[in-house]
Design a protein around this ligand. Sequence first.
Ligand code: AHR
Length: 598
Amino acid sequence: MDRLHISAANAGKPISLRLFGIFYEDLNHAGEGGLYAEMVQNRAFNHPEPLNSWEMITAPGSEGTMGPYYNSEPTAVNHWGLCLRILSMDGGRVGVANGGYWGMAVAAGKAYRLTLDAWCSVDFAGALTATLESATGEVYARAEVPALTTQKQRLTITLTASGTDPQARLVLAAETTGTLWFDFVSLFPVDTWKGRPNGMRADLAEMMAALRPSFMRFPGGCFVEGDQLSEAFRWKENLGDLAQRKGHWNRWGYHSSAGIGFHEYLQLCEDLGAEPLFVVNAGMSHTDTVPEAEIDQWVQDAVDAIEYANGPATSPWGARRAGAGHPAPFNLRFIEIGNENGGPLYHRNYPRFYQAIKVRFPEIRIISNVPIPDQPVEIIDEHFFATAAEMAEKSAHFDRYDRQGPKIYVGEYAACHGDCGIGNLRSALGEAAFMTGLERNGDVVEMASFAPLFVNVRDRHWEVDAIGFDTARCYGTPSYYVQQLFSQHRIATLLPMSLDGERDNLFFTTGRNLAGDIIIKAVNMGDTPREMVITLDGVQVAFTGLAIELSGDPDAANTLNNPRAVVPTERPLSGLSPTFSSTFPAHSLTIMRIGVEA
Ligand code: AHR
């Protein structure tokens, strides 16, 4: 039998308390058609195909056309709209429909807020009706839109659904002839997370919150860079009125409405109790770069972002934040310059961002993508994507790191290569083993975030993710539960330990949490259970505790239809003495929390 000795006499070596955070990127429709609760796809008609996601509804016998409308005013941010011509009304309604992102989920008794920017021709004398209905026309909610005029107006109504349908659609239709124009059509559930207008889907945000993240990295990932600079996330274009947000193509293959802009991100961090970690474009996309003469503007954007987040309400950008409803600062403390960038251009641009930020905001901690010769580097972001076995091996990766050097942020990691399927127990255990290494090196590794966070199962670009969902349902992958367990049972100080026995396939961290309880995290990646005699040296004998286990078939995975195939189980530990036996099952993560008598 193997033996694990834990020296528990002392408080132990402190490690980072902000180790486990989250990384959010709009990949896999994480945001559009996901966390972001907007139900209309292409609400501002600023998709490269202006009428994308919109279709004509014409009752037999009636006649109409739908076409793009172009607003040529040079001051317009979004030039395109939708023009509906109702030509004859011999059969019934003529209108337009939007099916959202693979359908709109409506639920009986729930209210939905419709916002329109619309106007009509002089000869339109009828009423515009909004309905939520099934694909076959069953109506769940109906309301008349307040009278349109020939001047553009913003109109808002609430629709309350009488039925539940995960694939409903919105129809705007009339029963008289004339011409209607729409510039903006938005539909949100009233019950967004924490009731925020322009807010988040409650079930998905709850899953984020249950991870208890200490920080949230945003907005990417490759999303920060774009395949071209025109696709890069520019935070100043994503503020204020939703109809005036420019949107852009997302390099993950779909259009971004820019609905989760910088302000919404900061608000979400506050609601989650997570510190913001904002990634700015370093003047580089995947294929083009900002000319040297223009880089100062991008640097200024980074400095202004900090002023927006933290500046007094009397400062120019702080005033914009206050005007958006948040006079208090958001306390942004981490800025990352670029995502997965490097090379001579990055080495040239990084110091410009670094110096400009430090001059205005010396308290901001700056994260670099790589070490930069002869430049101050505070934190370096390293990413790891590998097989489960390789991730487990990498648990020793940081053991050799210089304790006097820069801190490390593991900004993205997952076991997603090889036999990891769509995120099975094997991949989760590879990550758990890796995370024991992060904790053991938690004096140098300050932060880490699994990636990616979300996958809409209708648009899976990345196989292994933490949270899967469709329009109405969601589930955690085994990786999600590993993240949650490590986060819920954070180690504040490490306790020295030694193992007498075969080390193969076993990975540990041992320490104390903030309350002083002893925490043992053990990962058994092997095919056989491992019996272990555990000795806690230097603590009083009588104690009770809790064991939480995630184990099973390494190929098992959770899905929308079977969301609980791999979930943690809990059992109390009682009658323990300073030496006790425990078995770590094959393919398992076990976390023990043991209370110690004073
Ligand atoms: O996490 C998914 C992608 O992987 C990110 O966009 C990128 O930074 C990384 O290569």
